[in-house]
Design a protein around this ligand. Sequence first.
Ligand SMILES: Nc1ncnc2c1ncn2[C@@H]1O[C@H](COP(=O)(O)OP(=O)(O)O)[C@@H](O)[C@H]1O
Ligand SMILES: O=P(O)(O)O[C@H]1O[C@H](CO)[C@@H](O[C@H]2O[C@H](CO)[C@@H](O)[C@H](O)[C@H]2O)[C@H](O)[C@H]1O
Length: 471
Amino acid sequence: MEVHVNGIPDYLEAWIVTQRWYAGKGRAPRFEDIGGFELEDVSDGSHGQVSIRVHLILDHAANPVLYQVPLTERRTPLPGGESGLVATLVDESGSTHIYDGPFDPAYATALLRLILDEREVQDPRTSGRLAARGHRYPYGDGLGVVSSRVLGGEQSNTSIVYETVLRGDGPGSPVICKLFRALHDGDNPDVVLTEALGTAGSTVAPRVIGHLTGQWRDSGKPHGLATGHLAFAEEFLPGVQDAWRVALRAADVGEDFTAPSRALGETTAEMHRTLATALPSRATTPADIVQIVSNMRERFEMAAAQVPSLAVYREALREVYVRAASSPWPPLQRIHGDFHLGQVLAVPGRGWVVLDFEGEPLRPMTERSLPDIPLRDVAGMLRSFDYVAGSIALSQPGRSVTEWALACRRAFLDGYIERSGRDVRAHRAVLDAFEIDKALYEAVYEARNRPAWLSIPRDAITRLIERATQS
Ligand SMILES: Nc1ncnc2c1ncn2[C@@H]1O[C@H](COP(=O)(O)OP(=O)(O)O)[C@@H](O)[C@H]1O
Ligand SMILES: O=P(O)(O)O[C@H]1O[C@H](CO)[C@@H](O[C@H]2O[C@H](CO)[C@@H](O)[C@H](O)[C@H]2O)[C@H](O)[C@H]1O
């Protein structure tokens, strides 16, 4: 990426480094404002005059990251906007209150309208070059914004939830718009996969409302420009729980969860079947297998560097990978990529609905957009049932729901096999290798984010290696 000296104000730097989505924690940032665009205030104006600018801010760190930072400026404070306040600046002309855009209804409304009206905006600082363009899907036809709020919780992006009105009168479906904070050249897999499922008529994922694409300077790209997704809007399913909470409660009260697990296996098979036909898929070649297994070995080395106690498994894993490489592999296709119970919602009358097709946050975006082996998702969900047992054992010492989790894992596989017609158990050695691979990823994730949970993937790695090398 190009280096230009166009720093950012100190108050903004101080604010960015404390945000959940800022990826450079622990390093000194080197921020540059590389452009962006202005939006018109199209809200009802009830909160006074506002100017809106979306800044694209590049951190020239070891691995440069481009952040999307929408800010609003107001002369009078936004009522109820305290949690989104970035800074208040005072000079001889008075005070300016600067807000994180998603918390300001003026930006939130302008963002969704840009998508719904399929508008284009230019960057005035770069001689009017195209900066962003909205695209609407039929499910977004006739929607108007009533109100907006930022979805709470620990997220790597920022999501805004809207109440809407349909064709100016009755209530419309609620909408969630995910603002991508770290931008990448190329399509975002969450947008591509959710749209592909919807276009194919599947209701496995939320219905798509539309998306926003953007263009920005990048000297490393042809014509010096990069293009990628800035935001993605879809149907918001209110008042529902994710499968992690549902499963955790069932395990805690000792409720049989095999029927929902089986249904989840069926939904997973359905999702894979639709993705295999809607997006490119192909037979797996010996060269693909060599590459994937080599990635698994690399993942192990990375995990062992982060969690040194894993190094003892190096020898045993060699055998696991050799066995996997010499077994039959299913074809390559687009998959979810970070499939676990927290990514699935229990929607009354509709069943399991799958979210967040962005792939594993610790993997590079280019890798996440490649066709992959569907067993990776199957393995991800198997790990998740084990996590339920692991988290209960940690929070209630002496208690074990291992049998509950094993029954769920079996039921999930049964549902998947029946609906996909693919005997996953015939690919056992490959599935085991993917499950160990996922547990290695989780070990790194936990070491970085929740060290108290590290024992969950570490114990699983021990068990899985024992099983995989015994059979
Ligand atoms: N369409 C939706 N309907 C209802 N809740 C949603 C929807 N999309 C996301 N959520 C909620 O937001 C949370 C985070 O969304 P997700 O897409 O996983 O974002 P991130 O990639 O930032 O983790 C989900 O766990 C879910 O609780
Ligand atoms: O934030 P994402 O949903 O993209 O996923 C990341 O965080 C997950 C934890 O929130 C992590 O999932 C791991 O913990 C879950 C329980 O909290 C468990 O159900 C999953 O099976 C386990 O992998 C996920 O790995 C990580 O990418």
